[in-house]
Design a protein around this ligand. Structure first.
Ligand code: CTP
Length: 411
């Protein structure tokens, strides 16, 4: 696929944090994709990486000082903030997020962030407690409302030994997000600007009694990544998520549901939309739940569970007569006869496109996915990619489809 973002200029701000070392790999990858990178290093960032390393990899001047007479005479800080196609803050510490959210401008990085007229993509990296602190939550919400784009943070083991959300996304994932952000024409209007996208994600839980439920292995990573990619492309996104352990993506209206029936109600409440993407692994059946905990039978034996079929959310959305989204996208997670089942689902559920993947090889919970795009036009097979990359490609594809098909847009 042709890269839409060849030869752009990235202004990369590196703030303080152990993840600053990943900025070196990020510069290398961006340059490999043909982008120019200009680095700005904060004083704290300079404790983790040296200007010399950044200069060697970016092959350009590294800016560190707001009051440098030589820098100012070569390129003023206002000009520096506007010379880029995209401003990327990676890693973004809790400190720089707080400065951005409040509009402080007391060093070169924060001044550039206040002066820029370009989109800003932020890759947070900090201790889990700092990320979950109400002050950081407020700052992230404020920045999202102001239009900042986010990638990560990820769940994982941190340099400080704690575990949880706060680890900076890996450079390849940041590059994919940059690519999606750069696909937006200047002014922030993206491929999906003005569009509403509804995405379902994660599993559903179907209660058996007050303490037990039927679930499945879906992690929500792919659905959440699609919601993020659609937002990066300028859409208003409603994410309807089943119970997952990953955090709500910043800047995206997320509705939390538990059962398939709750998911259907939340989707119907979120419509109309231009695109519906059913990435959730919805339970096909629910149980006739008992109000009291089922007790083990003393004389032995297991209780019988009566199952009822759940509503098919995807099929219902696709069958809507009034306000059917212009594009209805389903997923087909299969362990055998992948393409045959995917084609059959495309027809049976009445959707425009099915993203088919083989789940026999440990896709659930993994960070990568290998998918085939099945539509009336045929099958397009994509290589094994990170789930964010799959999401970015899918959003590009849907944006192009929609652009060539504006007549079917929802009211
Ligand atoms: N889906 C849905 N509502 C359901 C079941 C599935 O919206 N009750 C959607 C999923 O979100 C996915 C697609 O339908 O986009 C396919 O889901 P899948 O579980 O693979 O299909 P099933 O219809 O359950 O078919 P089967 O169990 O035979 O594979």
């Amino acid at each position: 696929m042709k890269r839409a973002s060849i030869g752009k200029r990235i202004l990369l701000i590196i703030s303080g944090g152990i993840a600053a070392y990943k900025a070196l790999e990020l510069i290398r990858l961006l340059r490999g994709h043909g982008h120019g990178v200009t680095c700005v290093l904060t004083t704290n960032g300079g404790q983790f990486v040296t200007p010399l390393s950044l200069q060697a990899l970016s092959e350009g001047k590294v800016y560190t000082d707001l009051f440098s007479l030589t820098d100012e005479s070569e390129m003023g800080h206002i000009q520096l903030s506007r010379s880029a196609d995209l401003v990327v803050v990676a890693p973004a510490s809790a400190d720089i997020l707080a400065k951005m959210a409040t509009g402080l401008a007391n060093d070169l990085a924060s001044t550039l962030l206040l002066a820029t007229d370009k989109s800003v993509l932020v890759a947070p990296a900090m201790n889990v407690r700092m990320w979950l602190h109400p002050a950081t939550r407020r700052n992230v919400a404020r920045l999202s409302a102001d239009g900042a784009l986010f990638v990560g943070p990820e769940d994982g083991e941190m340099a400080c030994g704690e575990y949880g959300p706060g680890r900076m996304s890996e450079p390849p994932q940041i590059v994919e997000t940059i690519r999606a952000a750069l696909s937006a024409p200047a002014g922030g209007a993206g491929l999906l600007a003005g569009r509403h996208v509804v995405v379902t994600s994660g599993p559903t839980h179907e209660p058996i009694d007050p303490v037990r439920f039927i679930a499945n292995r879906s992690s929500g990573k792919q659905g959440h990544a699609i919601a993020v990619a659609a937002r990066l492309a300028g859409a208003r996104v409603t994410l309807v998520s089943g119970p997952v352990t990953i955090p709500d993506p910043p800047g995206i209206e997320t509705r939390h549901v538990e059962t398939a029936r709750e998911m259907l109600a939340a989707v119907e409440a979120a419509l109309p939309a231009d695109i519906f993407i059913g990435a959730a692994a919805v339970a096909d059946w629910r149980v006739e739940a008992t109000p009291d905990k089922i007790k083990k039978q003393r004389e032995g034996g297991a209780p019988a569970l009566t199952l009822f079929e759940n509503p098919d959310i995807l099929a219902r959305v696709a069958a809507r007569e009034a306000g059917r989204p212009a594009l209805v996208v389903g997923f087909a997670a299969e362990t055998r006869d992948l393409l045959r089942h995917a084609r059959e689902k495309l027809a049976r559920k009445g959707c425009d496109l099915v993203v088919a993947n083989d789940v026999s090889a440990g896709v659930f919970g993994a960070d990568e996915n290998e998918v085939h795009i099945v539509s009336a036009k045929g099958v397009e097979s994509w290589p094994r990619l990170g789930k964010e990359a799959v999401a970015a490609r899918l959003v590009q594809l849907l944006g192009r489809e929609l652009a060539g098909d504006s007549g079917k847009s929802s009211p």
